[in-house]
Design a protein around this ligand. Sequence first.
Ligand code: AKG
Ligand code: FE2
Length: 288
Amino acid sequence: MTRGSYHRTVVPLWLTALTERIVKETRLFPASINHVLVNEYLPGQGIMPHQDGPLYFPVVAILSLGAPTLMKFMPHSKFATSIKKRIYLSANSNSDTETVLPCQLPEFHDVDSFNTISRRKENFHPSTVKDVTYTSVEPLSGLPSSTNLLRSKGREQCLENDTEAALQHEHTNTVSVALMPRSLLIFKDNAYQDFLHGIDECDEHILDGKVANLSSLCHKAYSCSVQSSDPRELSSAHGLDPKDTDIGHNLLENQGKTYQRSFLKQTGTRVSLTCRYVPKSFSRFIRL
Ligand SMILES: O=C(O)CCC(=O)C(=O)O
Ligand SMILES: [Fe+2]
C-alpha cells in the first residue's frame, strides 16, 4: 500500500454526494463524514492488523473499488491477556481439580456490524456508484457466545498452555469479510474497539468458513466442505463459473478424496475509500 501525505482540500462534489448518501442511508454517523482516506493497493499488497484509534467516531465505511480482497478481523490482544489472568486465577483456586475455563467473547455478531452494498463491476470511479443497496451479512456463524478454552489440571500446566490458549482464542475468533469491487463495508462498535482489522499480503485469499459474507458469493465460491473423487463432478454439480475473474478454484487431494478450494484473486489494483467522522473536539489533532 502506498500512503501519501494528507491533503486538506475541499471535498469534491462527487465525493460529498457519496459520503452524504452513506450517512443518510446508514444513519450510523452523528454528522457528515469529514475524513476520507484513499488507499491504493497493488496486487498482493495488504495492510497490517491495526485499530483505527480513538480520534475517530467508531463507525467506519470502506468503499472498495477495483480488485477484490479479504479483510480479517481478529480479537485485540487485551482479550488474550484477560484469558491468561483467568487461567491463572482459576488454576490457583482449583489446583487439584480439572477446571474448565469459559471465555466470554465480545458481542461481535450483530447483524448491523457488517453491511455490504451489492457488487457491480462497472467503472472504477466512485462517482459512478449510484445504485447503492444495503444487504445485511448474516450473523456470524461459528461464533459461540462463550467457549470452553482450556481444560487443565494444575497451575504449571495452565501456564504452559496459556499462550496456546491465547492463540487458539485468536484463531477461533478471527473472522473475515470479502470486500468485492463496488462494495461498502461498515464496521462499528465492538468490531471497531475490540478487534484489529487487516489484509494479508498475498494475491490469493482463501475463502473458508470464516468468511462472514461467504453466502453472498456462494453461487460462485465454496470452501473445502464439498468432496468428490471425480473433479469433473465438482465443477458441474455446483455451477461454478470458470470465467469469473475474481474467484479462483483449485483442487486438493487428501487421503484419496478431492476437495475444491476457492479463493479471491487480488491480481489487479485495489483502491479503497475509508470514510470516517472526526468529532470536532479531536479535529485539531488530525488534518481535515
Ligand atoms: O483499505 C482498506 O480497505 C482498509 C484501510 C484501513 O483500514 C485504514 O486505512 O485504516
Ligand atoms: Fe483501518
